[in-house]
Design a protein around this ligand. Sequence first.
Ligand SMILES: Nc1ncnc2c1ncn2[C@@H]1O[C@H](COP(=O)(O)OP(=O)(O)OP(=O)(O)O)[C@@H](O)[C@H]1O
Length: 818
Amino acid sequence: MSEWNNQQRGWEQQQQSSRGDGWDNTRSNRGRRGRGRGRGGGGGGESGEDRSHGAHNKWNEFAQSNSTRPRGGGYRGGGGRGYHSNNRGGATWGRNNRQSSGGSGWRQQDTSSGSTWGQQSQSQQQSGGWGNNNNSQSNDNTSSTWGAPAPSQTANTGNNWGNKTGNTNADIASSGWGSNADTATSTGGDNRWGSSNNDAQTTGDNGWGSKPVDNASKGWGAPTTPAENKRELNAGGHSGWDTPTSSTSDTGATNNDQSWGAATNNTEASGWDAPADSSAGSVSEWDKPVKDVNSFGVSGSWGNMQLTEPKSSGPKNDGKGQWKDGVHVLGPRDEKTELKLFGTADDTETQHTGINFDKYENIPVETKGDNVPPCVEKFTSPPIDEHLLENIKLARYTTPTPVQKYSIPIVTVGRDLMACAQTGSGKTAGFLFPILSNLYFKGPKPTPKGRPGDYRKQYPEVLILAPTRELALQIYQEAKKFTYRSFVRPCVAYGGADISVQLRLIDRGCHILVATPGRLVDILERRRLSLANIQYLVLDEADRMLDMGFHPQIRRIVDAEDMPGPGKRQTLMFSATFAADIQMLARDFLKDYVFLTVGRVGATSENITQTLQLIENDNDKRPKLLEILKADQDKGLTLIFVETKRMADSVCDFLRDNRLPSTAIHGDRVQSEREEALQAFKSGHAPIMVATAVAARGLDIPNVTHVISFDLPSDLDDYVHRIGRTGRAGNTGRATAFFTRSNRYLAPSMLKLLKEAKQQVPSWLETMAEEVEANPPPPGGFHGGRGGRGRDGGGPRRNRRRCDSDDDDIGPRASYAV
Ligand SMILES: Nc1ncnc2c1ncn2[C@@H]1O[C@H](COP(=O)(O)OP(=O)(O)OP(=O)(O)O)[C@@H](O)[C@H]1O
C-alpha cells in the first residue's frame, strides 16, 4: 500500500476517533464569533464563546458529543471572565484552565473580588496557577501550568507557567509578569511570562514558550517529520498543535496534553504576551501592566513573585549582547537558543538547501545605476561583520545567493536598492545581512533628544514593512536568527495581535522593527515610536503592499512622520515581481538607487515543475483536486490557492469530508487561528493547507512540495508568488494549475512564463493564446498580467481589491489622504 494510502488510512482513523480534537480544529471558525457567549461553563460567564454552534456543524457535532460541558457553556468557563472573553484563538488557555483543579487558574483570579494578581498568586498556591512560582501543588497534570505544558509537567514539578525553574533572577526586582524588564538582561532561566515573548525562542527554559522545540520528545503529537506525523495519526494518537482553535473538545486528558505548543510555537511574537486575537479590541489585565511593572519592586502587587524568588548572581544567558563603550560585547552562547533559532541539519522545520542550489549561479544578473560596486562571491569578512558571519554559519549558509552577492556590497556602501529576484532565492537575507553587518560595525545610533513626555519612545534604526502578518513574523524570526548574541533587538508589530503587548516589547528596546503598515500607523498614532532615527527603510513585497491598498499608510509612514528623507536614510525595495505602479513609489522613496535583477523580472524558478490542467467546467475542479491529491505519492506538504476566503473554507471542508487532513488560512480567520493553521501545516499535522493570497507572498515553509492553483489569480504576478512557495532555496517543487475558459486572457502571458522557465507547454494553451491575441480583452475588462517589466497586458491593478479578497492590517486609513 502506498504511503499515501497509509497516511490516508491514518487520517481516516484520526477523523473517526478524534474529530474535533486534532488537526481538524484549525479550521475556520468563521461565523461562530459571538455565539453562545455568557452561559454556563461553571460560571464561566462572559468568557464562554460557544464555538460548537458555528457554521461548521459537522465538526461541532463531534465537538458536542465529545464535550462534557453544558451546551452553550463557555469552555473557558472554569473561572469567570478572563482575557479569554475576547480571545477566540486562545481557547487552549481556557481549556487548560478549566481542566485545572478546583476552578483554579488565572481567570479565577480575575473574579476573585478584584484581588490583585499578587493575591491571586496566593490563591494559586492552593489550586495551581500562574502567580505561583513555587507551588508544587499545582502540578497535577490536568491543571498544567502555563509554562509547563502537559508533556513537561512531570519534569516541571513545582513549576508554573510564567516561571518554570526556580528562576533565580539577578534582575528579578525589575522583572515580573508583565515584565517590562529588559529581556536582554534577564537570565535564561528567568521565565517571567511578560518576557516570554522574546524569550520563548531565545532562551531555552522559558516557560511555555520553550516547549515546541522539543515537541518530538515530549509527546506533543507533533513528531518531527510529516511522514511520522501521519503515522502517528494512523496510530490514532491525538493530534495537537492546532487544537486550540477549537473549543469543541474540552474534555479529557487529550486536551491537556495539547494546545500549548500551538499557541506558543505559532506566535512567537505574540506568544502569550499576545494572547491570540486582540481584534476584539480589549486588553486583558495582564496585558496592561506596563505601569504596574514599574512598581513591581516597590508595591509588591504582582511583585509578590519577587519576594518568593531568590536572587541569583549567576551568569546571564539569554542570547543577547550589548554595545558597551564602543565595543560590541556578545552575549554568551546558548545551546537551546541555538537549537530553537537554527534547528538541526536535518530537521523538517528548517528550510535546507536543495540539490539545485548551485544552479542559482547560472541565473543572469543585471544591475542598473551609477558606480555599482562589484559583487562578492563569498560570505567574507569584510564586508560582513565577524559576528554576523558566525550566525550565518549557524544558519548553515555556505554560499551567498546571487541576490545576496550583489545586495551585500551595494547596501554596505550606502546605496539605495531596488532588487528583484526569484521567489525563494534569499532576498530576506539579502537585505538583513548588509544592514546587520553595518549595525554591528557602527553600534547603535544615539537616541535623539525627545520632547518632554517622550521618555518612553523608542527610536528604531531599521524599519521593515511587509504586507502580511505572517510575513512580518517570518522576517522577524529571521532577524532574530541573525541578531543572536548581538546588541541588536528586533521587534515585530502586526494586526490581529495585542497591540499593548507589542508596544511593551518595543518599549524594551527596538533597533529593528518589522511591521505591517496598518499596525505601524496605529502605533505611530499612539506616539510611542519615533522614526527619526531610521537609517534603513526596507519595503519587502512592495508591489503587494500597494496592491493591498497600503499606499496611504506607506506614504504616511515614510512622508508624514519624522523619518529622515531619501538620501538621509537608505531605502531598499525587494520583490520577485515589480508592477508598474511601484515605479512611482521608487521615484519618490529611493535616491540614486541601483536596480538589481536576478533573472527576468517576474519569472518563475526553474526548480518548479509547472503543469496546467484544462478544466472545462468549474464543477470539475473538486473531483480533479481529489484525484491529484490521492494520486500524490509525495510526502511533502501541499498548498492549495483559491481566490476567496469563502472558497478557502469551502475547499477545506470538501477535503475534510473526503478525509484529507487540511487546514485553511485566510483573512477572515483571527490571527491566532491563522498562526495555528500555519503551524499545523508546517508540522505536517495538516499536510494540506488551503489558502488565499494571504499566504502567497514571502512565506518560507520547508517541505512544501506541491502548490495547486485551484483558482488562478487574475494577475500572473500573483501566480508567480503563489507557486514560489515551493522550489525554494534550491529545492525542487511542483505546481499544478487549473485553467478554465475564464482564465483565457492569461493564456499569452502564461505561455511566455512557461517557455521562459523551460516548462512543457500544452498545445491547448498555445491555441488559446493565439485566440486571445486575435481577440484581446476589451479595455478595462480584464486585469490579467499586470505588466511589470516585460510582462504582457493588463494595467495597474491598484485599488482593484475584491470584496471577498484578503486584506491584511489595512489599519487606520482615513487619517491620511494621499
Ligand atoms: N545563502 C543561503 N544559503 C542557504 N540558504 C539560504 C541562503 N539564503 C537564504 N536561504 C534560505 O532560502 C530560503 C528562502 O529565502 P527567502 O525566504 O529569503 O527567499 P525570498 O527570495 O525572500 O523568497 P520570496 O520571494 O518568496 O519572498 C530561506 O529558507 C532561507 O533560509
